[in-house]
Design a protein around this ligand. Structure first.
Ligand code: IMP
Length: 433
């Protein structure tokens, strides 16, 4: 299992891509096209929002699990785009139980943010929240409903009924016309039918036959609707436990949980961010790290690594390993700061991630300073290729969080990875089993 352990955008796609080569299947279990993974393969850039990036390996089983919310327009465009570039999509499987993002979810996401004004969450406006809300309210439209015109129409009518008031400003929007919407979604149904499957039993079969399955998380732990910085969160659970629900497996099916974290921190959208650097240094990190969203193009907020939050994420996900990405972005800074506790408004020191929203909003980071390095590390492939200060930085993070680091990313390319000894051992283990 690969999960993000900050506020998303940690570089999970690259780690999944590396492991997918050795796996039989890749499964997404939550989120939707609010996610965006960028993969650079042989100089070509691929951007994924819904389809697991493992699709770049011909014939690999790539599952969109029941816990994902699917915008079928985006999904069909993604399939078409891949096929136009010669990518074989025959390994794609879509859960019949996954919920669909409907045109009214997009409108409601926009309207909700506008209504919140200054208090807005800064959602990706992809309709994610309203879709999960309908799922919980049992008014959702699922993938399987695309295959039956009568049922589809009935369910759309039932879903629209309680929204009449909030949708009134969009009364003239053609996308809300029942007939048009039904026709459009039936067309998606025809397009997607060949991929629709009972993905839960498909994953059971793989696991029962001792195949290697990768569960690919989207977003990150601090955006989790239960355990993140509520209400500045997404509407699903990006923590590792959610894979059981969102893909239909049991906790004991998961052997390893790798958390992906950047060597620093970024956040898009609003909400508390104790180590944020709202200054020249933050801008430098943004530029060097190319910190602009894959999905929305928004500039990401940047800051020093937050080990209080990372230790919290390690516990909540029961991480067995950490993958640290973008270590190269820190090259050239004289001193590096790592946050090891917070100071509250009234002076109290917090060593654990505060559960209370007001405390977190006022938390001031307490830093330890570590020496930086000036060398370009883009060519490093083993730990011994790294400058001593970079190795010390990684060791500090690993010891503080209490989780071994398996790899460090040293550049955007697929090969720009330093596998640590722990990483090599971990890779060897499943192959030997
Ligand atoms: P939503 O998921 O579109 O509802 O957005 C809720 C919050 O999660 C906003 O702060 C978004 O910026 C953030 N968010 C959602 N998906 C991602 C992601 O993939 N990476 C980073 N932030 C995300």
């Amino acid at each position: 299992m690969i999960v993000g352990v900050q506020w998303g955008d940690e570089g999970k796609g690259k780690v999944v891509d590396l492991l997918a080569e050795r796996a039989d299947a890749v499964v997404r279990f939550q989120g939707g096209n609010n996610a965006g993974h960028t993969i650079i393969r042989d100089g070509e850039t691929f951007k994924f929002h819904l389809i697991p990036s493992g699709i770049l390996y011909p014939g690999k089983t790539c599952v969109i699990g029941n816990g994902v919310v699917i915008d079928p327009k985006v999904l069909t465009e993604e399939i078409d785009g891949l096929r136009a570039r010669g990518v074989d999509t025959s390994g794609l499987r879509i859960s019949a139980n996954a919920h669909l993002i409907m045109p009214y979810h997009l409108l409601l996401d926009h309207a909700g943010e506008t209504r919140l004004g200054k208090l807005q969450i800064g959602t990706t406006r992809r309709g994610i929240g309203p879709c999960y809300a309908d799922k919980a309210a049992r008014l959702g439209i699922r993938v399987q409903d695309l295959l039956d015109e009568k049922i589809l129409k009935k369910k759309i009518t039932a879903a629209l009924e309680p929204k009449r008031l909030s949708l009134r400003p969009f009364a003239k929007d053609p996308s809300l016309d029942l007939h048009t919407m039904t026709e459009e979604y039936l067309t998606y149904g025809h397009r997607l039918e060949q991929y629709i499957a009972d993905t839960t039993s498909l994953v059971w079969d793989l696991l029962d036959n001792r195949r290697t399955v990768i569960f690919e998380g989207a977003q990150g732990t601090l955006l989790d609707i239960d355990h993140g910085t509520y209400p500045f969160v997404t509407s699903s659970n990006p923590v590792s436990g959610a894979a059981t629900v969102g893909a239909g497996v049991g906790p004991k099916d998961i052997d390893e949980v790798w958390g992906v974290a950047k060597a620093y921190v970024t956040r898009v959208g609003a909400g508390p961010f104790p180590t944020e650097l709202d200054d020249e240094l933050g801008e430098q990190i943004r530029q060097r790290g190319g910190e602009f969203g894959t999905t929305t193009g928004r500039a990401r907020r940047t800051g020093w690594i937050d080990l209080v939050a990372l230790r919290y994420a390690a516990r909540i996900n029961t991480l067995t390993a950490l993958a640290i990405t973008k270590l190269d972005v820190l090259s050239g800074f004289d001193r590096l700061h790592v946050c090891t506790s917070y100071r509250g408004e009234e002076g109290a020191e917090f060593h654990a991630f505060p559960y209370h929203q007001s405390v977190l909003h006022h938390a001031r980071p307490q830093y330890e300073e570590l020496p930086g390095w000036s060398e370009d590390i883009g060519e490093a492939r083993t730990e011994s290729d790294l400058p001593q200060a970079a190795r010390d930085y990684l060791r500090f993070v690993s010891e503080f969080v209490g989780v071994p680091i398996v790899l460090a990313g040293v550049g955007p390319g697929r090969e720009q990875i330093v596998w640590t000894r722990a990483g090599e051992q971990s890779l060897a283990a499943p192959a030997a089993a």
